[in-house]
Design a binder for this molecule. Structure first.
Ligand code: SAM
Length: 316
């Protein structure tokens, strides 16, 4: 029996392009040159204030890891979660470029704790109140977590990826995974498959097996809900391009800035808590960054928005 997706217009289009060896339009967007220097604004402010200062259509990717509304910390509760979130979601849509994406973290299993709203509430709101489209619900599956007696121990959180328009940018090649040697050999013998496609590797799918940070992880800088670099890296590689701007207005530990520097994207990170600056200092102590200088590449951290390329380009 034919798979239902065979009748999906999007899939039919993709398959036709594949047969013609062409790629989805999202791969063909004008990408800016890899910059010699990237600029990273770090701001201590409420997310809605920061968003109000950003121009329309200026951001390529928003990494958005909001409070889950489960009272994990004093910032983690809103009496009317959806009303609060709707304010920043509408602004997020405005600031995204037409090729832009937003990756929204959450956990569907927190229904009881989340009370007035969780990721499901946000997804359903976005599907009705915004023009953005849900491209993937990514299942972040980790091997480490709490035990449970009355239900299966939870081992996943979700990341809802929305594209602002149908022209959303997606660089699959940047995040393909190599086939294991045995599979590769078998595929190479298969005359129906193209060797260059096999060499490129496979689609990592929307189930990402990546460990959470343990208490003693070397990556930890002290933020209670710090996300692993490897998760942020995959999002930034696939959903933005060098020289574009990544925004994280719930920046927490500063991990998004750290990864944006490594991947030569500009960034804007903000958080209500001044601890963001201290955490980021720790992130940047890492020797990996010194390597950039020897390659003639540098980055600047600034504490305002005025000198950020997306603003200065407008006023120039
Ligand atoms: C889930 S944590 C983000 C963790 C981050 N993704 C990381 O990996 O380190 C949410 C962050 O949102 C911040 N926050 C909560 N309400 C905020 C608001 N109204 N405006 C800006 N930041 C806020 C908190 O201080 C907290 O650091």
């Amino acid at each position: 029996m034919a798979n239902r997706s065979h009748f999906n217009a999007g899939h039919i289009g993709m398959n036709t392009l594949k047969k013609q060896s062409k790629s989805h339009s999202s791969n063909g967007h004008a990408q800016s040159e890899v910059p010699d220097e990237t600029i990273h604004s770090v701001i201590i402010k409420d997310c809605r204030e920061v968003l109000r200062e950003l121009p329309d259509n200026s951001i390529q990717l928003i990494v958005c890891d909001p409070p889950y509304n489960i009272q994990l910390a004093d910032w983690d509760y809103h009496h009317n979660y959806l009303k609060w979130a709707a304010d920043w979601l509408v602004e997020a849509e405005r600031v995204l470029a037409p090729t832009g994406n937003i990756a929204l973290f959450g956990g569907l299993q927190y229904q009881a704790e989340a009370g007035s709203g969780d990721l499901l509430t946000l997804i359903s709101h976005m599907r009705t109140a915004s023009k953005m489209r849900l491209v993937n619900l990514i299942i972040w599956n980790y091997p480490n977590g709490m035990g449970a007696q009355r239900f299966f121990a939870n081992r996943h959180e979700e990341i809802a990826w929305f594209g602002k328009t149908e022209k959303y940018f997606f660089d699959l090649d940047a995040v393909r995974e190599p086939f294991d040697e045995e599979t590769k050999k078998a595929y190479m013998r298969d005359k129906r498959l193209r060797p260059e496609s096999i060499e490129k590797g496979k689609n990592p799918t929307n189930v990402w097996q990546m460990p959470r940070l343990n208490g003693n992880s070397k990556e930890r800088v002290g933020h209670p809900t710090q996300k692993p670099r490897i998760v942020i890296e995959r999002l930034i590689k696939a959903l933005s391009f060098p020289g574009s701007t990544v925004l994280d207005f719930f920046a927490g530990s500063g991990v998004t800035t750290r990864v944006a520097i490594d991947l030569k994207r500009h960034s804007i990170a903000s958080d209500l808590s001044p601890t963001l600056s201290q955490y980021l200092e720790q992130q940047l102590r890492d020797v990996a960054h010194l390597a950039h200088r020897s390659q003639g590449y540098s980055y600047q951290i600034i504490n305002d928005l005025d000198r950020h390329p997306i603003i200065s380009k407008q006023t120039a």
